[in-house]
Design a protein around this ligand. Structure first.
Ligand code: NAP
Ligand code: ZN
Length: 350
């Protein structure tokens, strides 16, 4: 077995603490990645606090992982020792269902194996990226262009926040001539903003935080609306083609549906823990759709990473340490992160 050390929540909502554990021996198709940086996704907090149910402790969170390959199995072809590598939200899927065959592993009919807080198909609990290393089959490991190496810490969030926003914007063919709303300027929202702008859409950023206006404009918004201002919101009624809702907490989805024009779509990527109410008129008027989207498949995640390398897109980050996780979590929950915390895994040795 491979010795690992990381930070784990030992029980619900507990502070994360140092935790030693073992990872599996390298199989022929496995890659061992020494983790350099690990992003903090709001999903980590939802799960550590068991807001979605199904939490298994001790839990080592983390599914925005970048680092260097330190060992490869005998059948590995894509990686060699020393290569940059990235691991995102999943580490396995059935590979044979129609969705896996269509490169849509996020919708694997058997259910994909999550990078942490998940049981693999042999029943072993997975442990994530707040740790020094990870062992993953190469099909679920991404290559990272050397071009991105100087900004490696800011690449980590692409593995979840990046693909989760890139995928729906591509699926709904966002580009020039489309008026797109992004709701919530957090980890996902700021990546959605960067991608929608890069794809050529006209982007309206909706935020509850007046203090984020200047940043939103700098990151690519054409317009910024404070969503608590009813008068400002009313001006956008019936005007948007597509809205990507990146909000982590319960909020009124009808308000955003009302902003869609004919045949427009609100796509949820945010996952608040409580159900939302949708008024019938919210969708019937203007033949509107309410949809959702889950991360993205392996092929599309690689496409997104390559797009980022070509177009110089990375996350806006605040670097943090394993000793400061409580503060980081509190600031994420207060919508105070600018715009993604990334843990420097060297801090495990401090
Ligand atoms: P985050 O960094 O905390 O950002 C969430 C943003 O939502 C905040 O910055 C804030 O933006 C806004 N917000 C927070 N509380 C709000 C409230 N009460 N009312 C209105 N707006 C509020 O979180 P994240 O890491 O981007 O994740 C966002 C959500 O996506 C989480 O629920 C996460 O679990 C989920 N997620 C889903 C997927 C998927 O595959 N679908 C993947 C990853 C994450 P403003 O300050 O601008 O208002
Ligand atoms: Zn995530």
């Amino acid at each position: 077995m491979i010795q690992s050390v990381g930070y784990a929540a030992k029980s619900v909502a507990a502070s994360l603490e140092r935790f030693e554990f073992e990872r599996r021996d390298v199989r022929p198709d496995d890659v061992v990645v020494e983790i350099a940086y690990s992003g903090i996704c709001h999903s980590d907090i939802h799960q550590v606090r068991d807001e979605w149910g199904g939490a298994i402790f001790p839990m080592v969170p983390g599914h925005e992982i970048v680092g260097y390959v330190t060992a490869v199995g005998s059948a590995v072809t894509k990686f060699k020792v020393g290569d940059l590598a990235g691991v995102g939200v999943m580490v396995d899927s059935c590979k044979v269902c129609s969705n896996c065959e269509a490169d849509e592993e996020a919708y694997c009919e058997k259910g994909f194996v999550g990078t942490y807080n998940s049981k693999d198909y042999e029943g072993v609990l997975t442990r994530g990226g707040y740790s020094n290393n990870i062992v993953v089959a190469e099909r679920y490991v991404h290559t990272i262009s050397k071009k991105l190496e100087p900004k490696l810490a800011a690449v980590a969030p692409l593995l979840c926040a990046g693909i989760t926003t890139y995928s729906p914007l591509r699926h709904w063919k966002i580009g020039p001539g489309k008026k797109v709303g992004i709701v919530g300027l957090g980890g996902l929202g700021h990546m959605g903003l960067k991608f929608a702008h890069s794809f050529g859409a006209h982007v309206v950023l909706f935020t509850t935080s007046a203090g984020k206006e200047a940043d939103a404009l700098r990151l690519g918004a054409d317009e910024v609306v404070i969503s608590k201002d009813a008068e400002a919101m009313a001006k956008y009624k019936g005007s948007l083609d597509f809205i990507l809702d990146c909000v982590s907490a319960p909020h009124d989805i009808n308000l955003y549906l009302s902003l869609l024009r004919l045949d427009g779509t609100v796509c949820l990527v945010g996952l608040p823990e409580t159900p939302m109410e949708v008024a019938s008129f919210s969708t019937v008027v203007n033949r509107r759709s309410l949809a959702g989207s889950m991360i993205g498949g392996m092929k599309e995640t690689q496409e997104m990473l390559d797009y980022c390398a070509e177009n110089d897109i990375v996350s806006e980050i605040e670097l943090t340490t394993v000793g400061e996780l409580d503060t980081a979590y509190d600031r994420v929950v207060k919508s105070d992160v600018k715009y993604r915390f990334v843990i420097d895994m060297k801090s495990l040795n401090a």
